[in-house]
Design a protein around this ligand. Sequence first.
Ligand code: SF4
Length: 436
Amino acid sequence: LRVVTDVVCPFCGTLCDDIKVVLDGNRIVDTMNACIIGNEKFKSAQAGHRIMQPLEREDGTTEFTPVSYDYAIEKAAQILASAKRPLYYGWSSTSCEAQEIGNELAEVTGGVTDNTASVCHGPSILAIQTVGAPMCTLGEVKNRADLIIYWGCNPIHAHPRHMSRYTIYPRGFFTERGFDDRTLVVVDPRPTDTAKQADIYIQVEQGKDYELLDALRTVTRGEDIPDVVAGVKKEQIKELAEVAKSKKFGLLFFGMGVTQTTGKHRNIDMAISWTQDMNKYTKFNLIPMRGHYNVTGSGQVMSWQSGFPFAMDFSRGYPRYNPGETAANDILLRHECDAALIIASDPGAHFPVEAMKYYAQIPTIAIDPHYTPTTGISKLVIPSSIIGVEEEGTAYRMDNVPIRCRKVVDAPKGILSDEEILRRILNRVKELKGIP
Ligand code: SF4
C-alpha cells in the first residue's frame, strides 16, 4: 500500500487540501481526513457507473451505440460548428484550464456559456456587482473570527469539514482556544443539525430573510423595529446585533436558503449592507457557501476572458450578460439554442422538466465521467477523467483562493481529460469555420 499526502478534495467549495489517499497500485482503497462525501468522490473513480467509452444515441431511441473518441469529437465539432447559437453549460466540477478552452469554444461558435451559479449563487454575484462586498479568506476566519453566522445554509451536511477546518473548532492565531473562543449563530427556518450546535439559533420565517436583515440593520443603528419581524422577536434581533458588535471579527456565511428564496439578490444586497454597517463597530466580512468545488473558478475564468462571471452570450460577436435572459434555463425554456454541450454538471437532475424536454430534442453533447440523468437524454456522451483524482488542475475555493488539485491515480486506459476533449473539439471547430 502507498499513501499520497496533501491531496485536494474535488467535491465541495471547501476544497480541503489535507487529504491522504491510500493506494493499492492504481486503485484507491481508502482516504484519510476526507468527510464521507469527499471519500465517496475519490471512490467514484472506481464506481460501476463509470462511462468507459463514447456513446451515440440514435434519434427517437433510448439505445446508445459505442463509438470511438475520434468519431465523437468529430461529431461534436460538426454539431457545434453548424449551430447558430449553441448553449454551453456546467463547468463547476472541472478545472480552470478546461473552463478557459470551453469559453473560447463558446466565443468561436457564437454561443452562450453559463455555469451552475445561475441556479445557486448567481444572486450573490449580482448583489456583489451592485454594492461590493467585504470579504476575507478562510485562513483569516480560522485565525481571527470569534463570531460565525451561518444563514440559510447547513454546512454539517453540505460542507461537512467547513466547521472543523475553518470556522468553529480549529485553534487559530488569535483564537487559541478554538471552539471556546467562538460564538456560533445559525439563522434558518428549520432547526438543522448545524442549528442544533449553535449558541444562538434564530428561526426566521420561510422567505422573510430580507425583512429580518433589514430589521437587523435598523437595530444595529440604534433605531426601533416592530415587536416581531419575520417571525423573530425584537429582543432576539437586538441580542444578535449586540453580540455582533461585541466581537472582534465576525463572519456571515450564507447559502442558497438566502440566494434562492423570495428576494434573491436583494437579500444578499441587504446582507452585504449590514456587513458594511457592522464595520463601523468591528471587523466584519461575508463569504458565500459555494457548492461545486470549482464554481468559483468558473466565474473567475469567465470574468478574466470576457468581463462577466456567468450567463455569457457571444451570439452578437461580443460578450453580453443579462441573467434572466442569457442564463441556461432561460435559453432552454424559450427554445433559443439549437445545440447544447453540458460538462461537469447534471442539469437533467436539477433543471425544470420543460427545459430538459427541449434539451432532449436538439443535438446535444454531454461530457462526464459517470452516467447521469443528463447523459441518459443526450445524443452524444463523451467520458472524461476526474480532475483532482486522475488529472491535475486548478480550482478556486469559495473564498476565491486558487488551489492546485493533485493527480492521485491514472484514469482508466484510453479515457481522455476534459481539457484534451475540449481542445480537440475547439481545434476542429476552428478548422471547420476557417478560423486560424
Ligand atoms: Fe471534500 Fe468538502 Fe468534505 Fe472537504 S468538506 S472533504 S472539500 S466534500
